[in-house]
Design a protein around this ligand. Structure first.
Ligand SMILES: Cc1ncc(COP(=O)(O)O)c(C=O)c1O
Length: 462
């Protein structure tokens, strides 16, 4: 079989997979998981034909996937891939471009440049900001906070890239009590310490209380959230950014999914003030619906990001244009900007706004019907997240297990400020009203199984 036939076959198998998602469960069946053991073979002495490799992967692998590409997966990080983004991903795979330098991949560099400009526009961020195409929000935090570390220490007369942190002036990091784990991971990787940070009190939605902000200095990094992972809530950016500006502090924003609100007129009020920050982390694989892995680090002063990501270019031919490798931690990497460019182009402004607003409407529908059935909604549903209480920790665990077993939809189980809850995040272009209705019915069935009939329309205790 030649490459053309093989690629025809993979197109067929992939489309059949995507079409099957509406009929199959979101969670893989036990029998499919059991068959994964068939992959546990010693490496064969000789070659296996590419079509056999593909057949094995599809026949054993496809049934063993969690259907995160479908419309009924409401896990916090799943969103599926827009058709144009998936197709672009395939073509870029065929190109196999190392996208760190213009000379190595003129197209990889160009799409990043163009997509970067479009992103700053739709996210309403400063047009001169620098954009790096990384693997996700966690690496965007890593790169954005590295830029912060560079800028603050540079002003204090310390070259952290050359000298490291030993003996450096101390940097103070402030975040809300409900800071995302991904920010802590980035801080730990950067030598800033996950436990050194000062945690600010938050309100019932997980928003930092601006009035509790400690004194800031030019050696302070404040980490804000635009969209809390569980509630979707936004920190009070205007007050905190103004205080940081006065003190010469740096503000970094975890906007993994929430910053996309800027692209939708109905939601843009939520991000007021966030454009005043210094760096932003956004996940493209969450709400832009591009394939994993794709994130964006954005830095108001491009020079700080470039300095933090710098490397000796002695052995590389760098040109005059924007060199992608100067904006990311990685050297060799795939042309990740391709799918971002394709998704944005295929949606256009109106399509992107429509995607965001439609997901928010689905979330409001889910919340409304669950509340009407007597299950308390623990968050203000301002964006695409719904936290619903279906009982105490044990009951919630049982409801989740029943949902996973039955397979109609996927929800996360979380502990929100001491209360167990199901969390639904609606981020996929593929989610329809019918998906929402089917999922609601499944959640209500599972919840009712572990809550007596008489419990309807009364406050469940957590
Ligand atoms: C608010 C928030 N920040 C950061 C992350 C981590 O993003 P990633 O998985 O792209 O690293 C998530 C993941 O869902 C998130 O919800």
């Amino acid at each position: 079989m030649d490459v053309k036939e093989l690629l025809g076959l993979v197109a067929e198998r992939s489309s059949a997979y995507l079409e099957s998602l509406d009929r199959r469960g979101v969670t893989p069946a036990a029998a499919a998981l059991a068959r994964l053991a068939e992959l546990d073979q010693p490496l064969s002495a000789g070659p296996t034909s590419p079509e056999m490799v593909l057949a094995l992967l599809d026949e054993l692998g496809s049934p063993a996937t969690v259907a995160s590409a479908g419309g009924r997966h409401f896990g916090s990080s799943a969103s599926g891939s827009l058709p144009a983004a998936l197709a672009a991903n395939w073509l870029a795979g065929a190109w196999d471009q190392p996208a760190d330098m213009v000379a190595a991949s003129p197209i990889g560099a160009k799409v990043e440049e163009v997509a970067g400009r479009w992103l700053l526009d739709v996210l309403a961020l400063p047009p001169a900001a620098g954009v790096g195409f990384v693997t996700g929000a966690t690496m965007a935090h890593f790169a954005g906070l590295a830029a912060a570390r560079h800028a603050l220490l540079r002003r204090l007369g310390w070259d952290v890239e050359a000298a490291g942190l030993f003996g450096a002036p101390e940097i103070q990091v402030i975040a809300g009590e409900e800071v995302d784990e991904s920010v802590l991971k980035a801080l730990s990787l950067l030598g800033l310490g996950r436990e050194r940070l000062i945690r600010m009190p938050v309100d019932g939605q997980g928003r930092m209380r601006a009035e509790a902000l400690p004194e800031l200095s030019a050696a302070t990094i404040v980490c804000l959230q635009a969209g809390h992972a569980s509630t979707g809530a936004f920190d009070p950016a205007p007050a905190i950014c103004a205080a940081a500006r006065r003190a010469g502090a740096w503000v970094h924003v975890d906007g993994a999914f929430g910053l996309w609100a800027a692209a939708a007129p109905a939601c843009a009020h939520l991000v007021v003030g966030f454009a005043e920050a210094d760096s932003w982390a956004v996940a493209a694989h969450h709400w832009l619906n591009v394939p994993y892995d794709s994130g964006l680090v954005i830095c108001r002063e491009e020079a700080h990001l470039r300095a933090a990501m710098s490397f000796s270019a002695a052995y590389l031919t760098l040109g005059e244009q924007r060199e992608p490798g100067l904006y990311t931690p990685e050297m060799s990497r795939r042309a990740r900007g391709v799918e971002v460019w394709a998704a944005l182009l295929s949606l256009g402004r109106s399509g992107l706004a429509g995607l965001i607003e439609r997901c928010c409407r689905h979330a409001a529908h889910l919340a409304g019907d669950l509340a009407a059935a007597g299950y308390p909604i623990l968050n203000e549903v301002v964006l695409n997240r719904v936290l619903v209480s279906v009982g105490d920790v044990e009951t919630t665990r049982r409801v989740i297990a029943a949902l996973r077993e039955e397979g109609t939809c996927w929800c996360d189980d979380v502990l929100w400020q001491g209360r167990a809850a199901l969390r639904l995040s609606v981020s996929s272009w593929a989610t329809t009203e019918a998906d929402v209705e089917r999922s609601l019915a499944a959640i209500l069935r599972a919840a009712a199984k572990y809550n007596s009939k008489s419990s309807n329309n009364r406050e469940l205790t957590a």
